[in-house]
Each structure stands twice: as C-alpha cells, then as structure tokens.
Ligand binder design. Structure first.
Ligand code: PLP
Length: 365
C-alpha cells in the first residue's frame, strides 16, 4: 500500500461556531460517559491509490457515507479508547498512546483494513487534544475520553476488504464510568464473546454488538456487568464486555487470564501487572477455572476481584453470580485494599502526582 507520507501535515480548520465558554464549563462540570462531545474531530482519508491523505482537524459534524459503504454491510470497523488527563501543573497528557496505536494496527490487520502508521494515529490524537484543550476537565476521575476509529467507506457490495477508509478521532469529557463502590457481575453461560481464531483480540465494533445481548441478560439478573467464559468448554474465565478481569489470591498473587487471542490485550491490564510487581505482588497470567473462583471466594483463597480498562480504570467486583450461586469477595460491598492501592498508583501516574518511572506519560501541552 502507498502512503503519501508517514506523518501527514494536519490542516487546522477551527469551527466557526465554538461552544461558548460558560456553556462548555457547565457541560464538563458533570459529564455523563460518552454523551457530550467537543467542538472538533480529526479526520484522515485513505485510498489504495493515494495512501493516507487529507489530514484535518475540523468542526465535529456528521459523516456522509454512500449507502453501499462496506462498513454498513460487512462491519469493517475498528476503534480505540484512551484518555487525556489534566495534570496538577496544568499540562495535558495521554497514557501510553503508542500502545493504542499498536493495538489499532493489530485490529486493522485482523479485519483486513488499511494499516495506519503509528505517527498518524498519535499526531491525530495530539492535534485534536491541542485544539480542544479547554474541554479537558479538571478533578479526580475526570478526563477527556478519546475515540479513534476507522471505517471502510468504499461503495461496493462485493464481500472483500475495502479499498477506501476513513480514520476519525472524536473526544468527550468524562467522569467515572462506574461509581466508587463494587459492581456485581453475571457469569454468562448462554453466550460467549470470542472463539479461537476469531476476532476476540481485535477492538472491532462487531465484538461489542455481539456482547450486548449478554450485557442485557446480566442486567435482567440484577447485575451490572457480564463475564464471559471460554467458548470451547465454558470452563475458564475470559473477560468482561469492555474490561479485563483480575483476581487477588491469598498467597499475594494477582491472577489474570493469558493473552491467547480470544481476549483484548488491555493496556490497563498490562500496566497493572507491572504496578503489581512494583508493589511486591506475584503475578500469574494463567487459565482460571470459574469453579475454582467460586470455591475460592467461599474459602477465602480468592480475596479480591476487579475489572480493569481505560473507562473502568480499576473497578472492584463485589460478587459474581451464575445460575448455581454466588461468589462474594470480602463483604461484597467494600473494595479490597490491593485493588484500591493499585488504582491509586495508576491514577496518580496519570494525573502527574507520582513519578512516571515506566515512561508511560506522553505530554501534549
Ligand atoms: C473487551 C475489552 N477488554 C478489555 C478492555 C481494556 O482495555 P484497555 O485497558 O486498553 O482500555 C477493553 C476496553 O477498551 C475492552 O473493550
């Protein structure tokens, strides 16, 4: 594939109708997740003949698509989720953006989509954050959520990889995805999320579409979230609809399922495994039997459980439920000390309160 240049110049086209400052301040004071958007978006086009071209930061507006665009029929769509944080000294940073860029490339490869060079991905995010810097909220748990995504735009109904794509980044100010307590999680025995050789490790929209019925099912059982098991035997823990999962055992070991291609390789997951080592915990990436978790919660061997991801950060799990019963961690309501300690360290790195010893912070302004 051809590329006009590895990192194209972004044309900056400020909106002629920016949100007035006082209205913006109201909007970002208490943002719900994913409902309020900034004034601009980053857009870069791709065609097989021109490569990536026409990079712009422009007013956020609807995208016009031909009704035959491949994304609307065969779901060639991938996305990322990341955040920009306002630090104590007023600078704005992102967390390991090169990891998002790498995962985006891996998702694109799995979905037979155009390869987007890392420099374009990071530049698009940086330029958008610079432009909409006033939308980055201040305060604990608040950030600017960034949603880079790519869609297949070629107008063609044949089933084949498209020859034209659009890469877009939009942004929204967000507060905490979950409250400060514990969540309850339904173990799905009716639906699975991914099979070996499938798309579980790619961040493609189709995975999320397929998970929604299971998420709805979890709510009908009175739970907040769903936990998927492996598709072969329904025996091993995989991950949640939009988060990875970890357990703390009584031998001070943090355990989480291995990356075998059916779960998303979370960037938060990776960071927490490193921070856990720094905290003196042992870590194990190993298949975890769901029956062992239920038995271990009852015996006290499994002391804590939490979900982790960019949106969830670290969200303690109070209980897991399935048809045959419930596994309660601690008293089921109070977040465990280790979960809270890891969350504190991670969020302090992201907000610039703790030394970034691992070099995870990327300064934008
Ligand atoms: C299915 C799934 N698993 C795990 C994660 C966590 O990934 P990350 O920590 O990179 O946000 C996400 C969130 O993006 C997700 O959608």
């Amino acid at each position: 594939m051809v590329s006009e240049s590895a990192a194209p110049h972004f044309n900056i086209e400020p909106t002629s109708n920016p949100t007035p400052a006082d209205h913006r301040a109201d909007l970002i004071a208490n943002p719900a997740f994913g409902r309020i958007f900034t004034d601009h978006m980053a857009v870069v086009k791709y065609s097989e003949s021109r490569g990536w071209h026409d990079a712009r930061i422009t007013a956020r507006k609807p995208i016009s698509l031909d009704p035959a665009a491949s994304v609307l029929h065969y779901a060639q769509e991938i996305f990322e989720g990341m955040k920009a944080y306002r630090t104590g000294n007023g600078s704005i940073v992102t967390f390991r953006p090169e990891e998002n860029a790498k995962r985006f490339r891996a998702s694109a490869a799995r979905m037979a989509m155009a390869d987007l060079p890392q420099e374009i991905f990071i530049q698009a995010v940086d330029e958008l954050v610079k432009m909409d810097r006033d939308w980055v909220p201040e305060g604990e748990g608040k950030s600017l959520y960034l949603r880079p995504f790519m869609i297949a735009t070629e107008a063609f109904l044949g089933v084949k990889p498209a020859s034209e794509y659009l890469f877009v980044v939009i942004a929204c100010p967000v507060g905490a995805y979950f409250g400060s307590g514990c969540v309850s999680v339904w173990v799905s025995e009716d639906y699975t999320r991914a099979a070996p050789g499938g798309t579980g490790a790619a961040k493609c929209g189709g995975n999320y579409a397929a998970s929604l019925v299971a998420q709805r099912d979890s709510q009908s059982h009175g739970c907040d979230q769903v936990l998927f098991l492996d598709s072969r035997e329904q025996r091993f823990v995989e991950e949640m609809g939009g988060m990875n999962v970890m357990f703390l055992r009584d031998d001070n070991t943090l355990v989480t399922p291995p990356l075998t291609g059916t779960i998303l390789p979370g960037i938060t997951r990776d960071a927490i495994l490193q921070l856990a080592k720094d905290h003196g915990l042992k870590i194990e990436q190993t298949p975890i039997e769901i029956d062992e978790v239920f038995a271990g919660a009852a015996s006290g061997r499994y002391r804590e459980a939490f979900a982790c991801g960019t949106a969830a950060v670290i969200t303690p799990i109070g209980s897991l439920r399935r048809r045959q019963g419930e596994a309660v961690f601690g008293d089921g309501k109070t977040p465990g000390d280790v979960s809270l300690g890891l969350k504190k360290t991670l969020t302090e790195i992201q907000s610039g309160k703790t030394n970034d010893v691992h070099g995870w912070i990327h300064s934008i302004v």
